[in-house]
Design a protein around this ligand. Structure first.
Ligand code: SF4
Length: 384
């Protein structure tokens, strides 16, 4: 789905992704990501179709293994007209297998350190740019608050947003130097105010690079939509942003709600609606539950239900300024729960519980809610 919130948008480059073009004044593209196991071809094809039918201009799918790549080949065969993006994590070399099948490759600069540690990240980016160029793919440099490049994180310990910004900028500089300019950038955080700030800073430094906007781990609707609105509306109204994703923790059958919500945000900004109605989540003064939208990497299908149970079980603490993070996997769970007061991340058969950065152990899906409440009560008593 493409809608045009503002005609005088930032003068970004045009980046062609299959049949859509993002940037350069083109209508803003609404996109989403499959939450199914990529190897479950039936379920993934159904979700790709569901999202495309709802108006997704691009649909992203995770690929972490050779088996995922094989499944992706079949998904592409059965969804020939959908603009597909692949989400890479640690194994950047899989790009060579998936690039012929998709229209766009997303990589996370922070994850380029994990696989083949001895190989400099610049070499890995060169490899990705070569593969993308060879197979007519666009790329996204996807910077995420929970997995920032460790060098930049250490260098800018006092200003985490600057670490995200510098990481994005150095990747842009390298890609430009390599002659690969068909890319966009995303800078995502779970705090909407930080999303606004870091994207404004980036747009001021690189107004030519198209931006993919989103609030990571926005959580369950309606709060997840309101959080996303509070970040995206001011940015879009300023002409910043070329493609958007609303990340929601919802059951698979409701995944299209991400597209509906994205379209509504664009329509409201285009209509110059009363944005003062949007709830501000800039400095949460109440209980704040953040949860990931889940994807192929989710360790247990009970994750969405777990997030919902956490929300129900903690309603009594609604007036307390405490953040609880609920994450679906070991890839991003440990890092992205670090900044929350209490964090949960799923393993295949258990849920890992944390208080700040301290691990409290693994609990069964049934036990963990009571233990979470005990920790929450203690935190409330401690803070008075
Ligand atoms: S935390 Fe894990 S399961 Fe959740 S969206 Fe991120 S990668 Fe996917």
């Amino acid at each position: 789905m493409r809608s045009d919130p503002k005609t005088d948008r930032n003068p970004t480059r045009s980046v062609k992704v299959g049949s859509v073009t993002i940037g350069s004044g083109n209508p803003v593209v609404v996109q989403s990501m499959c939450a199914t196991k990529t190897t479950n071809v039936e379920a993934t094809v159904a979700q790709v179709s569901q999202l495309a039918k709802a108006g997704a201009g691009i649909v992203r799918i995770a690929a972490d293994s050779e088996r995922d790549c094989e499944a992706l080949a079949e998904i592409r065969r059965r969804c020939p007209n959908v603009n597909l993006s692949v989400d890479l994590q640690e194994n950047y070399r899989l790009a060579a297998d998936v690039a012929p099948l998709v229209d766009k490759i997303r990589y996370n600069p922070g994850h380029l350190y994990h696989y083949q540690r001895e190989r400099p990240w610049r070499d890995k980016v060169r490899f990705l740019a070569d593969v993308a160029g060879e197979h007519d793919c666009a790329m996204r440099v996807g910077v995420n608050c929970g997995s920032v490049d460790p060098d930049q994180r250490d260098k800018h310990a006092a200003d985490p947003l600057e670490a995200m910004l510098e990481s994005a900028l150095e990747h842009c500089e390298l890609l430009d130097r390599l002659g690969f300019v068909r890319y966009c950038v995303s800078l995502k955080d779970s705090d909407p105010a930080r999303v606004v700030e870091v994207n404004r800073r980036f747009a001021a430094r690189r107004p030519d690079v198209p931006l993919h906007l989103g609030v990571t781990e926005a959580g369950m609707p309606p709060e997840g939509i309101l959080k996303t609105r509070s970040a995206l509306e001011p940015l879009l109204a300023e002409g910043i942003g070329d493609t958007i994703r609303v990340s929601l923790t919802v059951p698979a059958a409701q995944k299209h709600e991400e597209i509906t919500a994205g379209r509504q945000i664009l329509a409201d900004v285009a209509g110059g609606g009363d944005r003062s109605q949007a709830v501000r989540f800039t400095h949460p003064t109440k209980l704040n539950i953040i949860s990931c939208p889940s994807c192929s990497r989710v360790e247990n299908e009970a994750f969405v239900e777990l997030a919902m149970r956490v929300r129900e079980a903690t309603r009594y603490a609604a007036e307390h300024p405490i953040t609880i993070a609920v994450m679906g996997c070991r890839v991003n769970g440990p890092g992205e729960t670090d900044h929350a007061d209490l964090g949960l991340w799923c393993g295949p058969n258990s849920v890992n519980l944390k208080r700040g950065t301290t691990s409290l152990g693994a609990f069964s899906f049934d036990e963990v809610i009571d233990r979470l409440k005990a920790e929450l009560d203690e935190l409330i008593a401690h803070r008075g």
